[in-house]
Design a protein around this ligand. Structure first.
Ligand SMILES: [Zn+2]
Length: 387
């Protein structure tokens, strides 16, 4: 047996692995696997196709159905270009009561507390299992968790619910928006910019397509949120990156941009996308091809993560409200892996330490007071599963 690490020490350990999504997460996964092994807990790894990343699945307590999944993603967003006052990969406690470091809030703290609690989970006479589910590549479009959910299906386990420990300040979140993201590549045709009739400016085509995005986005805004639970209270459609052109006096050959749609669970956002697609490919594309046959528009879907749909009064919701000692559930606008568990038939609720306001920021931190709250949450989980 290894000596027991406090939740904070465990968090320091997890933060020390630079698991920015573009890197491998195997060192962190290896550390967790060794730690579990040292406590006699076996785990399954589900690798990506490159073998450089893995999800981890482990079960504590009796095998079988009706267990509770504690789910966390291992990856973090980049620190590039951010003005950090401390080393982002060294957990730094300051006398303001905060623990600084990349991933402290989003979202290594939940996983750290769960791992800290492991000896208590093992010692408890659990009547239903506790599953640990750690994923990769959440921050780049909830990619890894699909393999994890497939694994759960493959081994034939039917958990009662999954708790996704994204930062909610330990409040209970039962609904969030969906996220679709796309990239668009436009190929124009070069000409001297005085000869607009002899070419196609990819930049101008991009502007036209982004104008359409703004138009659809405005309509989504006016449609509003009939549940009045979301902030902002509407679905959003927005372009966030763009690049193209080589010189002021050349009609641009290339322009690329990305856009996203964040949708209220009750809205049909396929329609918003379809309107954009039809405009781009059925209205704009024939026109630019008539001007230059090699002109083109390519639209590629980058990622889709489904919404988390509220299930008021459900077993999962009341179970997690009891653990969190809350009497209401909230909706959030950011996406999580919860919708993917829900789509796979595993009821999911988001609840974890930290404030989303600090996520993805320089000097990301966790308020230390969140840790005992999360530990108490886990102890109530033990109590529920041993009762
Ligand atoms: Zn996160």
């Amino acid at each position: 047996m290894t000596s027991r690490l406090s939740s904070t020490d465990m968090l320091a350990k997890l933060v020390s692995f630079d698991t920015t999504s573009r890197y491998s997460n195997l060192e962190l996964i290896g550390f967790v696997q060794d730690y579990l092994n040292a406590h006699g807990i076996a785990s399954d790894l589900v690798h990506d196709e490159t073998g450089k990343k893995a999800n981890l699945w482990a079960t504590i307590g009796p095998a079988g159905d009706g267990g509770v999944v504690l789910s966390g993603h291992t990856d973090v967003v980049p620190v590039d270009g951010q003005p950090w006052d401390t080393d982002p990969f060294v957990l730094t406690e300051k006398d303001d009561g905060r623990l600084y470091g990349r991933g402290t809030c989003d979202m290594k703290a939940f996983s750290a507390v769960a791992l800290h609690m492991l000896p208590e989970f093992i010692a408890a006479p659990l009547k239903a299992p506790i599953h640990l589910a750690l994923s990769y590549d959440e921050e780049v479009g909830c990619i890894g968790v699909h393999g994890l959910v497939d694994h759960i299906r493959k081994i034939g386990v039917k958990p009662r619910l999954a708790i996704i420990g994204e930062p909610t300040m330990m409040r209970v979140v039962d609904a969030h928006k969906s996220i679709r993201s796309y990239s668009v590549a436009i190929t124009g045709h070069e000409a001297h910019s005085s000869n607009v009739h002899k070419g196609v400016s990819a930049v101008m085509v991009a502007a036209e397509l982004i104008g359409k995005i703004a138009e659809i986005g405005e309509r989504l805004r006016l449609t509003g949120d009939d549940t009045a639970r979301f902030d902002p209270p509407f679905s959003t459609m927005i372009a966030n990156t763009i690049g193209g052109g080589t010189a002021q006096n050349i009609l641009a050959r290339d322009c690329r941009f990305t856009f996203e749609i964040r949708g209220l669970p009750q809205n049909d956002l396929d329609k918003a996308y379809e309107e954009f697609r039809a405009f781009a490919l059925e209205s704009v594309l024939p026109r630019i091809k008539a001007a230059a046959p090699t002109a083109d528009i390519q639209i590629r879907r980058r990622a889709y993560s489904p919404p988390l749909k509220a299930a008021p009064g459900s077993d999962a919701e009341s179970f997690v409200m009891a653990l969190a000692e809350r009497n209401a559930a909230e909706a959030v606008s950011y996406g999580t892996e919860a919708g993917i568990f829900q789509e796979a038939g595993i009821p999911a609720i988001v609840c974890g330490p930290g404030d989303i306001a600090q996520a993805h920021q320089p000097n990301e931190f966790l308020d230390k007071a969140q840790i005992p709250l999360c530990e108490a949450f886990m102890r109530r989980l033990i109590a529920r599963l041993t009762a």
